[in-house]
Ligand binder design. Sequence first.
Ligand SMILES: [Zn+2]
Ligand SMILES: [Zn+2]
Length: 124
Amino acid sequence: MWISAEKYGLTPEQITVITEALWKEEQSYIKECSDCGVQVGEKHHPGCDLAVCPSCKIQTLQCECGSEEMNVCDGLYPGTRDCYDKKLICIETSILEKGLNPLNHSNWIFDLNERRRRIINGTL
Ligand SMILES: [Zn+2]
Ligand SMILES: [Zn+2]
């Protein structure tokens, strides 16, 4: 099970520190799209799994608005940048049960499910 940083009880300052560290790490190893292979900064190829619909901001393959426009590849999994902007991060409860340090950013991930819920609820 995953819980959000808010539910876990991190302070806003702690959330910021972890989010920034995660973001830096995400960006450090990405040079190209892991699905269609374009370089960061180029548009994804049609049918790419990691392309995001410019209108509704979800994966183009799941989007129902019919837009066929491809976004520019930032090398990240769809929604990661939004999670970074909104500081949506979560942690696996099993990590906490193991007693691992919750302030170590490596134990957190960007919370794409929470982002999706908020898009569906219209709160993002
Ligand atoms: Zn791609
Ligand atoms: Zn769409």
